[in-house]
Each structure stands twice: as structure tokens, then as C-alpha cells.
Write a protein that binds this ligand. Structure first.
Ligand SMILES: [Zn+2]
Length: 509
């Protein structure tokens, strides 16, 4: 396709810009479902070279009447799209249901179709290097593999709780609902805390299995050693969730608050323990170079939930850290520090306000014609970065009411749902050209693509054999191949879905 649109459509109020390339006329025609031209808009005369294409834009924001449309320009046309008040509701439900499909240790109900399976990974887990065994059932399989890791779990749950805080009315239950699903993960996370407060980094088999269904993986489960990054993320996530669940289930909230305090006490008495896979363990490492951001995030969440002495700790740590960037990663939690710190009293809250706005301004300065901030290098999981940055831009909009931030946040969504140089809707099961061959064991095992999963998207590093075979010489924005074997461009992940859940929910208001 040479005219790129959001394949799920737009709300009437949204800024709507088509990105186009190839031989085009000077005018863009908007056609309704009957093929009648309902609007004609000029094509910009400014041409931009980007990712190997000569690109122009056309703004059709004047189209506001609900309906189904296509765009035509010369001999080119777009995929059909809708104008509707709530164009993303079904997609949002599917994005949350994806987490239900990823459940471990549960009998997935028949409504899960061919992805239903008996409870998996139900054996006791051996504490690495010992003869001690712990019950660590539950949670979600992290990604295309069946490991369960605390660090990415904390990011995923934090995004979901932010989505709920920002706009709980955006959610329509499907196989599950947001609050029950986040609880499923939180209950598992509680099982990974040791009596002394430290938190095991992950539970997985020693290595990755073949492309089989989860209940078919029977190797021994192993709890990898405690890390302070996992313990810090755990403390933050539990303290945050304790507030969310206080009115929903006060006993569960109290349990999480107690666990958060115990994790904090462990941190206060521990030097950094940065995780590396121990000998014999080959599953996802989720390593980190520093635990300072995890400790700050924990302090901020505990300050909000419990007050002193955590508030003083948060203020001291904030003063040392707020000069830097604020990404919403799984390894770099400073974006969560900035966002969650907004509610702190006095100078701490003001610091976080400046931090969020500085990050949002830095993003605005870097947006390219496709609307995203990354042009030269797109890292593994670049679609997560796009969704994360959409979240941060929406946070800036929520703080200031300035529409420039909201419009930029919308662009992140449009990019993920079709306004990109390869015309993909990067969410499986949605749009006219969805990603459909993900690196995801159940999808490969069943020969059917599980719906509602956000692909990792372009990775300019060509980090797997399939990417190397197909993408040599491609510009960064086109370094994507819809192939089961390309784990560096087309895996799926719980914490890639979660920022998109937050972004879609925030934009629904
Ligand atoms: Zn499992």
C-alpha cells in the first residue's frame, strides 16, 4: 500500500494525516462506502526522504462524519478505515485478553478456542543450586516462550494499573477483565518473595522448549536467584497495586502492602545484586546495569502508599536522578518514577512534573514524518518504545491540557495500527494487513495466530537468522519480517501489549 492510514480508523476529533509515496496527484480524494467522493484535500508539496521512500502527507482531518472510507490519490488507494466515536474498543479488549491467553498454571476455558489448554507448569520449582522446592504456579508466560520473570511482570502490571487509573471506563470485558487479570499476575508475584523479603528474579525451565503448547513443556522448573532489580520492581508494583485494590479487596491490598515493605527492608540492607543467568540457565536474562531506578521507583510508590519514612527516601533519591531521561522500560524504570512521583507533595512532585514535561518535549523534537521519535536505530521491541512514548506524551497532555502532546500520542497509535512504511497493523487479528506469523509457541503449535498481540516490530540490528536473510540493506523502519523465525522483529510480549493498553485507554477519553 502506498497510502498509509490507521487501519482501525479514527475518532471524529482526531487529527488525520495520510502518509503517501509513489506517483501521486496533487489532490487526495476521500471516498465513502458507496464510492462517492465526500472530501477532496490538497497533498502537501513538501517531499521528505525517509526510510528509502519519497514521502508526502495529506491532512484529511475535515472528515468527521462516522462511516467507512478509503483514500484515493492518482492510481493509489488506502485500506478502508472507519470514523467512529469508539474505534478501538474491540482491539483494547483483545489486548487485555492476550494476557489471559498467556496464563500459566490455569485451565484456560473453552472460549479460548484452540488456545485452551490444561494447567501448565504446575510442578514445584527448585531453588537454583539447592534441594529446596517452592510452589510458584501462576502468572503469565512472558512472551513467545514460557518463562515467567518478575522484572517485565512489574512493568506490565504497572502499565495496566496506570491504564485503569487513567480511564477505567475504556474497558469492555472479554475473556477476562483488566482488574482480575492484573490480580492473576500479582498473586503469582507474591509467591516469588522469600521470607527475608528478597524476590527471586524468575522461574523457568533451564532452557527454551520447542514450538509446543505450554502444558507439553515438562522439564523441571527452577527459581533463579534473588536480584535487587526484581526486588525493587516488586516493591514498587506491590505498593502501587495496594492503592488500586484498596477499595476492591482490602485484604489483598493489605497483603501486597506488607510484601512491598518487606521487599523494601531487604533492599535497604542489600548491596546491588544485578542479575545474570547462572550457569546452566539459558532463558531470558532481563539483566540490568543499575538498580538505582528500581530503588527510586520503590521509594516513590511506598511514599504514596505509606508516607514516611519512604517519602524522605524518595526525595533524596529523586534529587539525584531527575536530570536524566524517563523511559518506561523493563530495565529502566525512570519513566514510572517520573509519572508516579507526580503525586508526591511539594518539591518532589514539582521535580517529577518538570521531568515528565522535559521527556515529552524531547520526544516531540525527534518525531519523524511517520510520527515516531526513532529514525536511525529501531531497537528490539521498537513497537514497545513507540507505545511507551505514546504513554509519556499522554501523561504530558493530562498534566497540561496542551493538544500538541495528545496529537503526538495519537501518532504513536496510528503508526502501530497502519501508518508505517510496511503498512502493517502490528496487532494480530486487527486491520486489513495484520501481523499474522509471530514468534509465539502456541500460535506456531496450533497453526493459528492468537489475536490481540502487539508485534515487537522493526529491529534494525538484524538480530536473528531470518532477519539477516530477508532484511539486509533495508532502512531501519522496514527491518521487519512477518515470520515465526524472526524473534528479533516479530516476537510478542506481555510488556509490549501493556503500554498499548495504557495508550489506547488514555486516548479513549
Ligand atoms: Zn505455563
Amino acid at each position: 500500500m502506498n497510502i498509509q492510514v490507521n487501519q482501525l480508523g479514527y475518532t471524529p476529533a482526531m487529527r488525520k494525516v495520510a502518509i503517501m509515496r509513489g506517483a501521486l496527484n496533487s489532490e487526495l480524494l476521500v471516498k465513502n462506502a458507496a464510492g462517492e467522493t465526500v472530501l477532496t484535500v490538497p497533498v502537501s508539496t513538501e517531499r521528505t526522504q525517509l526510510w528509502g521512500d519519497d514521502v508526502v502527507t495529506a491532512d484529511f482531518s475535515a472528515l468527521t462524519r462516522p462511516g467507512t472510507y478509503t483514500l484515493e490519490c492518482g492510481s493509489e488507494s488506502s485500506y478502508p478505515f472507519v470514523i467512529a466515536e469508539k474505534p478501538y474498543t474491540a482491539c483494547l479488549t483483545a489486548l487485555v485478553d492476550m494476557l489471559y491467553y498467556q496464563r500459566c498454571g490455569d485451565d484456560l476455558k473453552p472460549e479460548a478456542g484452540c488456545f485452551a489448554h490444561p494447567a501448565c507448569h504446575t510442578g514445584l520449582a527448585r531453588v537454583y543450586g539447592t534441594d529446596e522446592f517452592v510452589e510458584a504456579n501462576g502468572g503469565w508466560h512472558d512472551a513467545g516462550d514460557y518463562g515467567r520473570y518478575i522484572v517485565p511482570a512489574a512493568k506490565t502490571v504497572a502499565d495496566m494499573l496506570l491504564a485503569y487509573e487513567w480511564n477505567k471506563d475504556a474497558f469492555v470485558p472479554g475473556l477476562t477483565d483488566l482488574i482480575n487479570e492484573a490480580r492473576w499476575e500479582l498473586q503469582w508475584m507474591l509467591k516469588l518473595q522469600r521470607a527475608d523479603g528478597g524476590v527471586y528474579h524468575k522461574v523457568s525451565c533451564a532452557g527454551f522448549c520447542g514450538m509446543i503448547m505450554p502444558h507439553e513443556e515438562k522439564e523441571e522448573l527452577i527459581l533463579s536467584p534473588v536480584s535487587t532489580t526484581a526486588t525493587g520492581d516488586f516493591a514498587a508494583c506491590m505498593a502501587m497495586a495496594a492503592r488500586t485494590y484498596a477499595d476492591i479487596d482490602s485484604a489483598f491490598a493489605a497483603q501486597m502492602k506488607e510484601a512491598a515493605i518487606r521487599a523494601w527492608d531487604f533492599l535497604e540492607n542489600s548491596e546491588p545484586i544485578l542479575f545474570r543467568n547462572p550457569e546452566g540457565i539459558r532463558t531470558g536474562g532481563y539483566g540490568d546495569r543499575s538498580d538505582a531506578d528500581e530503588r527510586l521507583w520503590a521509594a516513590i510508590e511506598l511514599a504514596r502508599t505509606c508516607g514516611e519514612p519512604y517519602l524522605t527516601a524518595a526525595e533524596v533519591k529523586l534529587a539525584a536522578m531527575d536530570r536524566h531521561a524517563a523511559p518506561l522500560g523493563w530495565g529502566d524504570m525512570r519513566g514510572y518514577c517520573a509519572i508516579e512521583g507526580l503525586a508526591l507533595p511539594g518539591e518532589a512532585g514539582q521535580r517529577c512534573r518538570r521531568w515528565v514535561l522535559r521527556e515529552a518535549e524531547n520526544l516531540l523534537k525527534r518525531l519523524n514524518l511517520y510520527g515516531i521519535s526513532m529514525t536511525e536505530h529501531l531497537h528490539w521491541g521498537s513497537n514497545m518504545d513507540v507505545a511507551n512514548q505514546g504513554m509519556m506524551l499522554m501523561q504530558a497532555f493530562r498534566l497540561t491540557g496542551e493538544v500538541k502532546y495528545r496529537i503526538a500520542a495519537e501518532k504513536q497509535l496510528h503508526y502501530l495500527l497502519g501508518v508505517n512504511p510496511l503498512s502493517y497493523c502490528y496487532v494480530s487479528g486487527f486491520g486489513s494487513q495484520p501481523m499474522c506469523r509471530p514468534h509465539h509457541r502456541p500460535s506456531v503449535a496450533q497453526g493459528v495466530c492468537q489475536p490481540g498481540m502487539l508485534s515487537g516490530g522493526p529491529c534494525s540490528g538484524l538480530a536473528d537468522a531470518v532477519a539477516k536473510e530477508h532484511l539486509q540493506g533495508q532502512p531501519a523502519g522496514k527491518c521487519f519480517v512477518d515470520d515465526h523465525g524472526s524473534y528479533s522483529t516479530n516476537e510478542i510480549c506481555i510488556y509490549w501489549n501493556s503500554p498499548l493498553i495504557a495508550l489506547v485507554a488514555a486516548l479513549d477519553k
